[in-house]
Design a protein around this ligand. Structure first.
Ligand code: PLP
Length: 365
């Protein structure tokens, strides 16, 4: 049997597949002498606004900063509560804590892994100011219901789109539904920089202006600082790399969807729970995440064949040491159960069919 290692992701292979274009873009920036806040970043912002259907886009340093600055821009601070799903990457809650507000954890839907609107609604108090709807693993959360609950309760809707650039819901792209859409271009994401980078979309011109100020030391005019801000700019080299890759994103997302289809065909009829599609829009398969009570044994069987698989996420956020004390007594049964069962399989766009078949054979074994 073939024993070549199969990694979860292969950023260098993605680079090799686009090398002439990326090298030309990087060379252009280096030769220009303009490295922070310039034409590459502006062009990327315009293209991503058009791509998502949002009116404005503001490049920042990371997805975590995107979430943090979005919350600051809408006035979230000490004394406020922000509802976040317990089953997501830690940064979703961390960004809330940066503002001095309290993250309040809600449960998720076991089939889609996304925020359960009923649990969200139950978690609302007088102090709730906003909700962060995470589009986990590449599929949008239930945006119609979540938007409706936000309107009824006068809450800000922040979309965490770190894993779902290109996904849509009822015909509208992720990042255009909420007051803010927060994106990450960390090297593992569907649109991957060669380092840290992020971006915020918004339909509100005021928010756009505030975000531009916040990312640049609270300044709009050189050496005039209207408030205390941050240094959180997306640099020109990253923007240039991202512009190249963005022109291939639809093709790459389509490749992920084809791999997911092959996984479904090969794994159908087995005793693994396959990820559900809600049927309301495109899933861009940042991860292909199965569930099994035998998760650890499956992961070890794959490892014996040099096949990588990852557990996103092994500990729900209300059980993380950083939030445990504040969450004592809180029970979120779905998040607690699935964190012991989930296993994400390799699904990068360059993964070939033979590798998918080999992975499925081991899982069936
Ligand atoms: C990656 C990620 C983030 C954080 O993005 P960074 O660019 O790494 O700061 C936030 N939320 C989710 C769901 C993520 O996957």
């Amino acid at each position: 049997m073939n024993t070549n290692p199969i990694p979860m992701i292969d950023p260098a292979a993605e680079y090799r597949s686009l090398k002439p274009e990326i090298d030309a873009a990087v060379g252009r920036v280096l030769a220009s002498g303009r490295y922070v806040l310039g034409p590459e970043g502006e062009a990327l912002e315009r293209r991503l606004a058009a791509f998502t259907g949002a009116a404005h886009a503001v490049g920042v340093n990371s997805g975590t900063d995107a979430l943090h600055l979005a919350l600051v821009a809408c006035g979230v601070g000490p004394g406020d509560e922000v509802i976040v799903p317990a089953f997501t990457f830690f940064a979703t809650a961390e960004a809330v804590s940066y503002t001095g507000a309290t993250p309040v954890f809600a449960d998720v839907d076991a089939a889609t892994f996304n925020l359960d609107p009923a649990s969200f609604k139950k978690s609302i108090t007088k102090k709730t100011k906003a909700v962060i709807a995470v589009h986990l693993f590449g599929q949008c959360a239930a945006l119609d219901e979540i938007s409706r609950i936000c309107k009824e309760n006068n809450l800000v809707l922040v979309e965490d789109v770190a894993q779902a650039l290109g996904a849509d819901y009822d015909g509208r792209r992720a990042g255009s539904w909420g007051d803010f859409g927060c994106f990450s271009f960390y090297p593992t994401k569907n649109l991957a920089a060669a380092g840290d980078a992020g971006l915020i979309t918004t339909n509100d011109k005021k928010h756009d202006e505030t975000l531009r100020m916040l990312r640049h030391h609270g300044s709009r005019k050189t050496y005039l600082h209207e408030r205390v801000g941050w240094n959180s700019r997306l640099d020109e080299l990253q923007a240039a790399v991202l512009r190249v890759k963005l022109s291939h994103l639809d093709r790459f997302n389509q490749a992920r969807r084809s791999i997911a289809t092959r996984y479904r065909q090969r794994l159908a009829g087995g005793n693994l729970v396959l990820p559900a599609e809600h049927g309301r829009g495109t899933h861009v398969y940042h991860q292909f995440t199965i569930r099994s009570a035998r998760r650890d044994a499956l992961r070890e069987a794959l490892a014996r064949e040099s096949i990588a698989a990852s557990v996103f996420y092994p500990i729900p956020l209300h059980r993380q040491p950083a939030y445990e004390a504040a969450s004592r007594g809180l029970s979120l049964p779905v998040s607690e159960k699935i964190s012991g069962e989930v296993l994400s399989l390799p699904i990068n766009p360059l993964l070939d069919e033979a590798s998918v078949d080999r992975i499925c054979q081991v899982l069936a074994g």
